[in-house]
Design a binder for this molecule. Structure first.
Ligand code: HGY
Ligand code: MN
Ligand code: MN
Length: 422
């Protein structure tokens, strides 16, 4: 724990759980979908409405709000001296999103600041909240795009030129929704960064543990595969004469599943999106486009999986007489968080009476990008039945509040983290 730990001076400080839950539920009213979740794809009108609400809440808390050139929203409570301790996450969702993914972390961070303000606790350095653009990457790849640009991992020019799955250009969409900000990217380097997030997986629930002190984020490889075959008549074309991209897309999907099972361990492989053209009953397809999401906690195993996939694509293209091209959509190596932040999360969780375990993150998060520039870490709370990226995503209120109280004291503690500390 940092020397002269500021959080120790306010051990009884706790967030206002009702205020946090009312904001989570109010944000969930924007672009609701059946089952209690949301659809606010990045930079759509729905995303804008969510952004506008958050900016108004940040201003209610007298934060200094800035929008940067890739649309990241940064709210700073300018107290004390030096670089801020930052928290935050995202409020964009996948198409079938839950109400907690990302939103919980943003709103808990805002709640931390409002609690300090309301209770007269003034930390020795600023606190800030980041709402990062396009964390999901579902509309504009890669995922964590906004925080990647924020830390200088992707140029602003490259980001503004990204084309969405619906053909829109990222820079144009920022202008259209009024979030093409003027604050330069890369952004202000925080003193430290900690993100609170739902686990989105089954581990905490299975172990009957309330808090995850997150140690790392697994490596992520996304690619788009395009198969060009020969469209033909479904009734007249003998099977031996077919060059059928729809069939090959299915073979690739089966290969991906078998690869993950064969490799075992942490290996996961997903085909989440398949587009067939012309997508008609009586036409052997002309073209198929699919996405491959491949992840592993171990970079060398992730590389192994990628090369096995690449060999399979070459072999099946030759065997089926089609042309297959690939485009990398995202590639992030595994990230290890800062021990001091992990220790801090674990100790505070325990001191507040929670069960806690160290664990990796299967999902990508903005914290993995901030880890490139400052001491960073994450706090997880359980997902009921491990479900996420699904409107049924749910976390018990008692767990949400417990996580937010750990975020409160972790942020306060990190305000006194010595820069040279290792
Ligand atoms: O893809 C991910 O892991 C994150 O949800 N963006
Ligand atoms: Mn998320
Ligand atoms: Mn997500």
């Amino acid at each position: 724990m940092p020397r002269g730990d500021f959080s120790q001076q306010h051990l009884d400080l706790r967030i206002d759980g009702d205020r946090l839950m009312s904001r989570i539920n109010a944000l969930a009213e924007i672009a609701p979908i059946d089952g209690g979740g949301n659809c606010r794809l990045a930079l759509t009108d729905e995303d804008k409405y969510g952004r506008d609400l958050l900016v108004s809440w940040m201003k209610d808390c007298n934060l200094e709000v800035s929008i940067d050139a890739v649309g990241n929203i940064i709210g700073i409570w300018n107290v004390g001296v030096g670089a801020p301790v930052m928290s935050g996450s995202h409020i964009d969702t996948v198409r079938t999103g839950g109400r907690f993914d990302g939103c919980y972390g943003v709103l808990a961070a805002l709640e931390v600041i409002e609690t300090c303000q309301k209770m007269g606790v003034t930390p020795p350095r600023p606190l800030s909240v980041g709402i990062f653009t396009d964390e999901e990457g579902a509309r504009f790849a890669p995922d964590m795009l906004g925080s990647l640009v924020y830390v200088g991992g992707m140029s602003l020019e490259e980001a503004l030129d990204v084309i969405a799955i619906d053909g829109a250009k990222l820079g144009d969409e920022l202008v259209r929704i009024g979030y093409a900000g003027t604050t330069p990217c890369p952004g202000l380097i925080p003193h430290a960064f900690v993100e609170l997030h739902i686990e989105q997986g089954p581990m905490l629930e299975a172990n009957n543990v309330r808090i995850g002190a997150v140690t790392s984020v697994q490596g992520i490889s996304w690619q788009e595969v395009t198969i060009i075959g020969q469209s033909n008549h479904a009734g007249t074309t003998p099977m031996s004469l077919r060059h059928d991209p729809a069939y090959i897309a299915a073979e690739i999907t089966v290969f991906m599943r078998k690869l993950a099972i064969t490799m075992g361990g942490d290996q996961v492989c997903t085909v989440g999106k398949i587009d067939i053209h012309p997508n008609l009953t009586n036409v052997v397809a002309a073209k198929a486009t699919l996405t491959l999401d491949v992840r592993n906690t171990d970079e060398s195993l992730l590389k192994q999986a990628e090369s096995k996939i690449s060999k399979f694509l070459i072999d099946i293209a030759i065997g089926e007489g089609v042309k297959i091209t690939t485009r990398q959509l995202a590639r992030f190596e595994p990230v290890i968080f800062d021990d001091r932040v992990i220790d801090c999360v674990e100790k505070i969780a325990r001191d507040q009476g929670n069960t806690v375990q160290r664990m990796p993150s299967g999902a990508g998060h903005d914290a993995q990008m901030l880890a490139r520039v400052c001491p960073s870490g994450m706090i997880f709370v359980p997902s009921v039945k491990g479900i996420s990226h699904n409107p049924a995503e749910f976390t018990e209120t008692i767990d949400l509040i417990a996580g937010a109280n750990i975020l409160l004291h972790t942020m306060l503690s990190l305000t006194t983290l010595e820069s040279g500390d290792k």
